[in-house]
Design a protein around this ligand. Structure first.
Ligand SMILES: Nc1nc2c(c(=O)[nH]1)N[C@H]1C(S)=C(S)[C@@H](COP(=O)(O)O)O[C@H]1N2
Ligand SMILES: [Mo]
Length: 199
């Protein structure tokens, strides 16, 4: 009896605690794209880490796929309020891709095939927080979900996880990306519910 009534006293249940405020869990995988799905043939795909015109690292698909990859199981949170728990990916850690890069940059602008951009502090891409993912649920990443490869930054709202990723530009100053310049929050921490500018 006592245990039952405690359950109704407004305490959080374990399933609430796994979700950031204002989010609901879903088992399907919605597609959210601001434009058409770009089709990038693998023999034309490349990814760079650059400082604008100064390219610090460049990989074609073959070289990228030779990098050591990891399996990643993470919860993802979209600003439209769906969250998907325990998603399973394979990708290359950005720690691996940034090995031996020396930079004074504090900010980044991530660029996608098709023109999408999103900005992140460089430190949010480091220390096992971000990957370039190329498989989802043991299949090649579907084009509508960002295939052949997308950024995966699960600790921020999913608009920061740029699909069809093409490169990362290192910068000394912050510069808003696509959604950030349209009123979405500059940083986008789902646990602090940073959905829009001013949140
Ligand atoms: N290149 C690109 N990346 C993008 C987007 C986009 O429109 N273009 N949409 C973002 C948004 S708002 C979300 S919620 C997620 C959606 O990823 P999904 O379509 O795989 O669910 O991708 C993000 N990455
Ligand atoms: Mo989104």
């Amino acid at each position: 009896m006592a245990i039952t009534s405690r359950g109704f006293s407004g305490r959080r249940t374990p399933s609430d605690v796994t979700l950031p405020p204002g989010q609901y869990p879903t088992t399907d995988f919605p597609v959210l794209s601001a434009g058409p799905t770009p089709r990038v043939p693998l023999d034309q795909w490349e990814f760079t880490i650059n400082e604008g015109t100064d390219v610090l690292r460049r990989w074609d698909w073959k070289a990228f796929r030779k990098l050591p990859a990891e399996t990643i199981t993470v919860d993802i949170h979209c600003v439209t309020r769906w969250s998907k728990l325990g998603t399973h990916w394979e990708g290359v850690s950005l720690d691996t891709m940034f090995v031996d890069i020396k930079t004074d940059a504090s900010h980044t602008l991530v660029h996608s095939y098709g023109g999408y951009t999103t900005n992140l502090p460089l430190e949010d891409l480091m220390d096992k927080q971000a990957w370039i993912a190329f498989r989802f649920d043991d299949d090649d990443l579907a084009p509508e979900h960002g295939g052949p490869a997308r950024l995966l930054v699960p600790h921020l709202y999913l608009w920061k996880s740029a699909k069809w990723v093409m490169g990362i530009t290192l910068m000394d100053e912050d510069q808003p990306g696509f959604w950030e310049s349209l009123g979405y929050h500059n940083y986008g921490d789902p646990w602090r519910e940073q959905r829009y500018q001013g949140d």
